[in-house]
Design a protein around this ligand. Structure first.
Ligand code: ADP
Ligand code: ZN
Ligand code: ZN
Length: 744
């Protein structure tokens, strides 16, 4: 028996299969998807690899497989191969996504990570034991008491035996020797939900709109068919309640459910709603804040079929669950569903593939759907389900726009407009909470000389350094390089150095000086680093009734603060000015979501948006909470300028240590693609340096291509990559990202 193996290494030249022989004694153990150790290359060094095919014959002279480590399923291998083509990477990179966390050294991991305890069980029927007691074969009272105790419980640990009887470890060992009891190892699962005690909830009576949405998806669960749905409903319209009841439906059909949420909204508040409705033993949680041991255990729970509901961030889509009855992606517009690292996959695309395979519905939920998703819904490719009203009848907040140009003209140089200032003051008087939202991080974005325009840039990355008040230093956000602040310009020796832009720290200082009695708490990338810190900050804000929360994007997602009645957006423009065709969409999404934080319960909410562009349509439609209006304007613009969904944007990036190598390579590729894509209505830009043209001493060039990524075109790009690797450029990497999140 022979197999084809992919080697678990990222080197592009290893993105093919190698043949090996299976020794007779291992034949019965291998399956497609097995991880194996094989001798590889000149020195026959042992390498890890994955079996992708089993066959009777080979035309090569081959070596034997040395060891089998563990198994993936055949469908996981198929998915990896599909991904490798689609996302232009190695199969092994994709397989890695599906491996159990901590399985690098499986056996060792198991021992370290699993907590094993010894449990004592009766080894014979108690009737027989009783006979031995009655006939005097067992004389010791202590022995009798242990046996009787064990008869009353389903196994006990030695400490428990010592506690409940006056037996000792030595007596238990004697009983073991005499064959009355046996001691077995038992695995204790470290359950991140273990100490949760949540009052359970019943299904709510659905509103007509909820019921209508529920029925359509339920029909697909029951008939075991794939269909993609968009559940579009304003914040608080009861989407989560619909998810919960649909999951209940899948469980009833003896099937499982996967729920994806953005990493940052995997808060205890959100998880509690699932625990309250379902048996917590049946829920597995997967996210990056779990310890490796916890992730290992959760993975096991899923593999063994104990966990039926899997809730997690992007990568939870690879959870080893079978017989899926529904996949739900909440906040589907969130950019975190697209991976920025290799493999650069889109969890929504993977979810669709898996849902098709499992013949189950896929539900995408959002209050501000992704333009592409809504476009598909309009085209009838995705079934649209709408919730137009808030479920608990609370009103949407009132939103005001403040023109910062006018504030400046009136001589107000503060970060707070008069209106926002007064609103905060009022809120403090009323004892209500406020959230102030700033779309930036750090104290200042960059440092500039006002005489000659010199800005301090990172010497590795050629990108502006950011001033951090903590430690009084400049920091590069790309590579982490730090340097001391400059007080005189290195170019012109002027001392007129200024810190441009404003950040959360500066806002916090300003708030503290304006409202010295108010309590404040800040949440941004600098304060959120430790495990749980994100939650700690939010819990503190909520439980200690802190007056003002100051934060970046992080405050936007999914939280529920009953006492927050005012939300202030310090400068809506920061996301409008990002160098990306989605700037309007991002701005609309962020503002709508921020506004959704105010007045979620009985108290009416108020939102104040400060901006230099009060007439911009994304800001105006966010004020009106009018997605439809935003969509109609934006889609017309996209059509005119030919942006997605009317085409795909393909970013091909070249990076390497030798600049002239990547320039010559990108030029060759440009010429090649010009010819290959000639009749395909493609628009190929000439190679140029990336906006950040050097990161960690690697030069970066790129080609941007617009057109429709079909199967055929995908093959052209894969072929192009193969040709590039045949050229054998040293230390040069080429990546392709279709519709990347970030163009810088
Ligand atoms: P979304 O997920 O769309 O933001 P939620 O599911 O969180 O909305 O619902 C918002 C609030 O409305 C929650 O407090 C929820 O318990 C309540 N709710 C949802 N559906 C109903 C219903 N059918 N009847 C009464 N209250 C509901
Ligand atoms: Zn200068
Ligand atoms: Zn840097």
């Amino acid at each position: 028996m022979y197999v084809e193996v992919v080697i678990n290494r990222s080197a592009k030249r290893l993105n093919k299969t190698f043949d090996y022989r299976i020794p007779k004694q291992l034949e019965s153990l291998v399956t497609i998807g097995s991880t194996v150790l094989v001798p590889f290359g000149k020195g026959s060094k042992l390498e890890e690899g994955y079996i992708t095919k089993i066959k009777d014959d080979t035309s090569y002279k081959v070596k034997d497989i040395v060891e089998i480590k563990y198994n993936l399923t055949e469908s996981q291998i198929k998915l990896s191969q599909w991904m490798a083509k689609k996302y232009f990477c190695n199969t092994s990179d994709c397989i890695k996504q599906m491996l159990q966390p901590g399985t690098k050294n499986h056996n060792k991991a198991k021992n370290i990570q699993e907590k094993i305890i010894n449990v004592v069980y009766l080894k014979q029927d108690f009737e027989k034991i009783q006979f031995d007691i009655d006939t005097g074969k067992i004389k010791s009272d202590k022995q009798k008491r242990i046996l009787q105790f064990l008869n009353s419980t389903e196994g006990a640990t030695i400490p428990e035996i010592e506690l409940f009887t006056d037996g000792t470890r030595a007596i238990v060992k004697t009983l073991e020797k005499n064959n009355y009891v046996e001691i077995m190892e038992k695995k204790i699962e470290r359950n991140p939900l273990a100490d949760k005690n949540i009052e359970s909830t019943e299904n709510l009576q659905l509103t007509d709109e909820q019921q209508c949405a529920f029925n359509k998806v339920q029909a697909k669960i029951n008939s075991n068919t794939f269909e993609e749905f968009l559940l579009y409903g304003v914040t608080g319209s009861g989407k989560t309640e619909v998810y919960l009841q649909l999951i209940g439906e899948a469980l009833k059909m003896e099937r499982t459910a996967i729920v994806l949420v953005p990493e940052i909204s995997l808060t205890p508040q959100m998880i509690d709603r699932f625990i309250a409705r379902f048996n917590k033993e049946e829920i597995a949680i997967l996210h990056s804040k779990l310890s490796i041991g916890e992730r290992y255990d959760e993975w096991n729970k899923i593999k063994e079929g104990k966990a039926k509901i899997i809730i997690g961030a992007r990568s939870a889509i690879f959870a080893p669950t079978q017989n899926i009855g529904i996949i739900i992606i909440d906040e589907e517009h969130d950019s975190s569903y697209k991976s920025e690292a290799i493999p650069k996959y889109d969890a929504k695309e993977i979810a669709k593939k898996i849902a098709e395979e499992n013949r189950c519905p896929l539900v995408l939920g959002s209050a501000t759907p992704d333009m592409n998703t809504y476009y598909k819904a309009k085209q009838g490719i995705i079934t649209l389900l709408e919730l137009t009203r808030r479920a608990n009848n609370s009103n949407l907040p009132s939103v005001n726009i403040v023109d910062l140009k006018m504030e400046l003209a009136n001589g107000n140089k503060s970060m707070l407009s008069v209106e926002l200032h007064e609103a905060i003051e009022n809120n403090l008087k009323e004892g209500r909470q406020t959230i102030l939202f700033l779309n930036r991080r750090g104290f200042s974005t960059f440092v500039m000389c006002r005489e000659c325009g010199y800005t301090v840039k990172c010497k590795n990355c050629n990108i502006s350094m950011t001033y951090h008040i903590t430690g009084n230093k400049l920091k590069c956000h790309y590579c982490g390089y730090e340097q001391k602040v400059v007080n005189t310009c290195p170019e012109c020796k002027s001392t007129k150095i200024r810190y441009f832009g404003t950040g959360t720290q500066k806002l916090e200082q300003e708030i503290e000086s304006i409202f010295p009695k108010a309590t404040t708490i800040r949440m941004d990338i600098d304060t959120v680093t430790k495990k749980n810190s994100h939650e700690e900050i939010l819990n503190k804000f909520k439980n200690e009734n802190i007056d003002i929360l100051i934060g970046t994007q992080m405050v936007v997602k999914g939280h529920h603060f009953p006492n927050v009645t005012l939300v202030g957006v310090i400068a809506a423009d920061s996301s409008l000015n990002i160098d990306d065709y989605r700037a309007n969409e991002r701005t609309f999404q962020i503002l709508t979501q921020v506004a959704g934080r105010a007045g979620r319960e009985k108290l009416p909410g108020q939102v104040i948006i400060q901006t230099y562009n009060p007439d911009n349509f994304s800001i105006v439609s966010a004020k009106e909470q009018n997605y439809e209006k935003f969509y109609n304007t934006e889609i017309a613009l996209r059509k005119q300028l030919k942006y997605p969904p009317f085409c795909d944007i393909i970013l091909m990036e070249f990076n390497g240590l030798i600049e002239k190598d990547i320039i010559s390579l990108s030029e060759k590729v440009y010429t090649y693609l010009k010819i290959k894509l000639k009749d395909k209505k493609f628009y190929i830009l000439k190679p140029m340096p990336s906006p950040i043209d050097k990161i960690q001493n690697r030069y970066r060039w790129r080609i941007i291509i617009k057109g429709n990524m079909t199967k055929e075109v995908n093959e052209i790009f894969n072929e192009c990559l193969r040709k590039i690797y045949e050229l054998n450029y040293k230390d040069t990497r080429v990546t392709i990202d279709v519709n990347p999140n970030n163009m810088s």
